[in-house]
Design a protein around this ligand. Sequence first.
Ligand code: ADP
Ligand code: ADP
Ligand code: ZN
Length: 214
Amino acid sequence: MKIIMLGAPGAGKGTQAKKIAEKYQIPHISTGDIFRANIKNGTDLGKKAKTYMDQGLLVPDELVVDLVVDRVQQDDCTNGYVLDGFPRTIPQAEALDAALAKLNEKMDYAINVDVPDENIINRMGGRRACVGCGATYHIVYNAPKAEGTCDTCGEKLILRDDDKPETVKKRLDVYHEQTQPLIDYYSKAGILKDVDGTVDMEDVFQAIVGILGE
Ligand code: ADP
Ligand code: ADP
Ligand code: ZN
């Protein structure tokens, strides 16, 4: 099962992708997590990506496409995978389709987690990310057991720099301009599935399971 998660920043793609990965036993591939790991490790890719991420802009397509195309050909991806945060532009989607076509493969589902902009600012302001393992929390909707500390690894939780309100507004503009057209792209490809992302996390997941099957 090969799945793409679509949706605005903060819509809940990562939250749902992790649940999907666990239930269906397929890898969760988050390009944002890959970039953040590279930034943390001080790699060249991380240095390049950071200048864009800090401004709320997308990292150029050429820095992300090969990375994902290589990743999905690794051994753990033979039964499928869930892509979170990729593709984010039409050229990325076309490059993915072309690479899969060469392997005689194609994506099965593009799940669009639909959340209006009004809710997004609120979600992002409350999001906290673990500096150790990348787990995501929300101070109200998904609070850690001890404030400021990751349940899983015990490391510190932070507000991501790009989750500050000024940058969130920019990211939403970028989303509408560059990523939202993918809804139409995957609708035409016949694999688009919409879910209401404004309801409780568990209810969003139940809707997704309804689409993917038990
Ligand atoms: P969110 O989950 O809030 O949407 P991500 O963690 O997916 O955020 O992405 C954080 C940042 O990483 C983006 O704002 C962008 O700068 C960069 N990024 C992640 N994935 C991509 C991609 N596929 N193409 C370009 N930039 C990306
Ligand atoms: P994305 O990967 O799309 O950027 P996340 O999965 O990181 O989004 O979710 C953004 C924030 O909103 C996180 O703090 C997360 O805990 C919270 N969140 C996710 N889904 C829901 C939901 N259905 N209701 C309320 N808060 C949610
Ligand atoms: Zn952690």
